[in-house]
Design a protein. Structure first.
Ligand code: PLP
Length: 498
C-alpha cells in the first residue's frame, strides 16, 4: 500500500539544496551580476556552449549537488543584464523588490484567470490598472497584463475592430467586410505589421506614415492618407502612435494625432512600450501630453521601469470593452453562481485562458519605491543620457544620428582614426557601417560591455550604435567609461579590417 508522502520542502536534502541555491543566486547572479569588475557576458558560440552546458537528460535522477552545478553554469554563461555596462536593448537593471515579487508569483504558482484561484493577485492587477489608468488620464480605464508589448498592440487592433464592426465581425469574421487599414509612423514598431498578419487584415494594409526630422509622425500626412483610403472604400481602423520609438526614441505629438483620429473616428492607440516610463516623472510626462485623448495604451514596465521581463500592461479607456470583445464565458471556468462578485473573474478579458500574474512584481516594486522612487529612476536615466550625449558631442570621432534625442536611447556612429578626414562617399559610409559590428564583437569577446547596433534602412542610415540607458546603477563614470571603451576598441581598427 502506498504511504502518504510528505512535502519535498520538508526533506533535509531539499532544504539544504534550496538554501545553497539561494546563496548561489545571491552571490553569483545578483551581486556578481551587478559588479562593475565582473564580466557582462562570457561569450561562446552555440556549438561550444552546447558542450559546456551538459544539456543531455539521462534516465536516472541527478543529485542535488549536480543540480547546483547546473545552476552555477546557467548563471556563469548567461548575460548579466543587471550589470551597469549592459546597454543592449531594451531592458536592464534589477530591483530587489520586483525580483521577490516574481519569486512569490512562482512560489504560489497560480493563474490570474479567476478570483477563485488568485484572490490577492486579481486585486493587485485591478488596483495597478486603476493606478496606471490614472497616470495615463483615463478616469474609468481598465486593463490587463499581456505577454509582451507586441501582444498589447495586437489587442488594440482587435478591440478597435470589435468596436467598429461589433459582434458581426466576432461571429462571421472578415468575410464580406470592406477592407480595413491600420496606420503607424515609419518609425513605429513592427508589431503592428504582425497584428495585420495575425488578424487577417494583411500586412499590405498596414500603412507607414512619414515622419519629420525629429521622427514624429506628420499629422497632415496621416490625415491625407485616411481621407484617401476612405474615398477608396477602406475602413480606417486605428492609428498606432509611438511614445518612444524603439530605435531613435521619438515621441509622436499625441495631441496632433488625437485631432486627426477624432476627426475620422479612428481608434488611437499609443504604443508606449518603451517610453511609457515618462508618465512616472513630472518632469518628462509632457512628452506624452495628449495620451488621455486616445483609446488605449501599451506600456512595458520591464523596459524603462526595470521590472523583470515581462510586465506589459495594456490599458483601455472604455470600461467593459475588453470583456465584450474577448469574453466567451466558458462554463467550466466562469460559473456565474460563485459566492462572490464574479466581475472579479478577469480572465475572460484576454484571449488567453491561463495568464501569469505579472502584476505582482510591478506592484511590489512600485510599493517599495513609491511614486517618487519610480519617477527618480526615470529622471536619473535622462540625466545620464544627457551627460552621455554631451560627452559624444565633444569627443573626437563620435557623430550623433539625430541632433537631439527625446528618450534615453542615444544613437551614434563612431568614426575610427583610419576612416577620418576622408570624402564621405557611399563606399566610405559602407565602411562606417562595419565599425559598430566590429567593435561589438570585440566587446562580447572580452565581456566588457554590451551595446546594440542596427542600420535604419528607411532613413538610409548604415549600422550605428544605440545605447539604452536606464539601469539605476549607472552614473556619469559609467558614461565616461563607455566613451573610452568604444574609443579603445575602435582605435585599434585598421584599414585591413574593412
Ligand atoms: C519593445 C517594443 C515593443 C514590443 O514589446 P515586447 O514586449 O517586446 O513584445 C513594441 N513597441 C515598442 C515601441 C517597443 O520598444
Amino acid at each position: 500500500m502506498a504511504t502518504s508522502r510528505s512535502s519535498p520542502f520538508l526533506d533535509p536534502e531539499v532544504i539544504k539544496y534550496m538554501e545553497d541555491f539561494n546563496q548561489l543566486v545571491m552571490k553569483e547572479a545578483l551581486q556578481g551580476g551587478t559588479d562593475r569588475k565582473a564580466k557582462v557576458i562570457d561569450f561562446h558560440i552555440p556549438q561550444e556552449l552546447e558542450k559546456i552546458m551538459k544539456l543531455d537528460i539521462g534516465s536516472e535522477p541527478e543529485t542535488t549537488d549536480k543540480m547546483l552545478e547546473h545552476c552555477k553554469r546557467i548563471i556563469k554563461y548567461s548575460v548579466k543584464t543587471g550589470h551597469p555596462h549592459f546597454y543592449n536593448q531594451l531592458y536592464s537593471g534589477l530591483e530587489p523588490y520586483s525580483l521577490t515579487g516574481t519569486w512569490l508569483t512562482d512560489a504560489l504558482n497560480t493563474n490570474i484567470h479567476t478570483y477563485e484561484v488568485a484572490p490577492v493577485f486579481v486585486l493587485i492587477e485591478k488596483y495597478l490598472m486603476e493606478k496606471m489608468s490614472s497616470k495615463i488620464g483615463f478616469p474609468d480605464g481598465e486593463g490587463i497584463f499581456c505577454p509582451g508589448g507586441s501582444f498589447s498592440n495586437l489587442m488594440a487592433v482587435h478591440l478597435a475592430r470589435f468596436r467598429k464592426c461589433g459582434p458581426e465581425i466576432a461571429n462571421t469574421g472578415l468575410w464580406g467586410m470592406p477592407k480595413m487599414r491600420l496606420y503607424q509612423s515609419d518609425e513605429a514598431h513592427y508589431s503592428l505589421k504582425k497584428a495585420g498578419l495575425f488578424l487577417g487584415i494583411g500586412m499590405d494594409n498596414v500603412i507607414p506614415i512619414a515622419t519629420d526630422d525629429k521622427g514624429r509622425v506628420k499629422a497632415d500626412a496621416l490625415d491625407a492618407q485616411i481621407q484617401k483610403d476612405k474615398a477608396a472604400g477602406y475602413i480606417p481602423l486605428i492609428y498606432m502612435a509611438t511614445s518612444g520609438s524603439t530605435v531613435l526614441g521619438c515621441f509622436d505629438d499625441l495631441n496632433a494625432v488625437a485631432d486627426v483620429c477624432s476627426k475620422h473616428k479612428v481608434w488611437m492607440h499609443t504604443d508606449a512600450a518603451w517610453g511609457g516610463g515618462v508618465l512616472l516623472s513630472d518632469k518628462y510626462k509632457h512628452l506624452m501630453s495628449g495620451v488621455d485623448r486616445g483609446d488605449s495604451v501599451a506600456w512595458n514596465l520591464h523596459k524603462m521601469a526595470n521590472v523583470p521581463v515581462q510586465a506589459s500592461a495594456f490599458v483601455v479607456k472604455e470600461t467593459g470593452l475588453l470583456q465584450k470583445g474577448n469574453g466567451l464565458n466558458a462554463e467550466y471556468l466562469f460559473q456565474p453562481d460563485k459566492p462572490y462578485d464574479t466581475s472579479y473573474d478577469i480572465g475572460d478579458r484576454s484571449v488567453q485562458c491561463g495568464r501569469r500574474a505579472d502584476a505582482v512584481k510591478v506592484w511590489m516594486q512600485w510599493k517599495a519605491l513609491g511614486d517618487s522612487g519610480m519617477g527618480e529612476r526615470v529622471e536619473r536615466a535622462y540625466e545620464n543620457a544627457d551627460y552621455f550625449t554631451r560627452r559624444l558631442r565633444e569627443s573626437e570621432g563620435f557623430r550623433l544620428v539625430l541632433s537631439e534625442f527625446q528618450c534615453t536611447n542615444i544613437c551614434f556612429w563612431y568614426i575610427p582614426p583610419c576612416l577620418r578626414g576622408k570624402e564621405e562617399t557611399p563606399e566610405w559610409w559602407a565602411k562606417v557601417g562595419k565599425v559598430a559590428p566590429l567593435i561589438k564583437a570585440k566587446m562580447m569577446k572580452e565581456g566588457t560591455m554590451m551595446i546594440g547596433y542596427q542600420p535604419l534602412t528607411p532613413k538610409k542610415f548604415v549600422n550605428f550604435f544605440r545605447i539604452i540607458i536606464h539601469n539605476p546603477l549607472c552614473d556619469f563614470s559609467d558614461m565616461d567609461l563607455t566613451v573610452s571603451e568604444i574609443k579603445r576598441l575602435g582605435d585599434a581598427l585598421t584599414a585591413e579590417d574593412f
